[in-house]
Design a protein. Structure first.
Length: 64
């Protein structure tokens, strides 16, 4: 069984952990309305996916 001979320094540990960062999500332009949207998802602005309307969107002009 492999056992470390020396304690790993804080500097070396931090250098390794510096790569454990989160990346920004990918964003593409919608081919219908050209608004930014996540790939392989229905556009939240126009409701289109794959060239056809999947979700009927409505205007938010109502009063609360």
């Amino acid at each position: 069984m492999a056992v470390p001979k020396q304690k790993q320094s804080h500097s070396r540990t931090n250098k390794r952990r510096s790569q454990h960062k989160i990346s920004a999500p990918a964003v593409n332009a919608c081919p219908q309305c050209h608004q930014p949207r996540r790939p392989h998802r229905v556009c939240p602005h126009c409701g289109f996916y794959g060239g056809r309307e999947v979700v009927a969107t409505h205007d938010h002009d109502h009063e609360h």
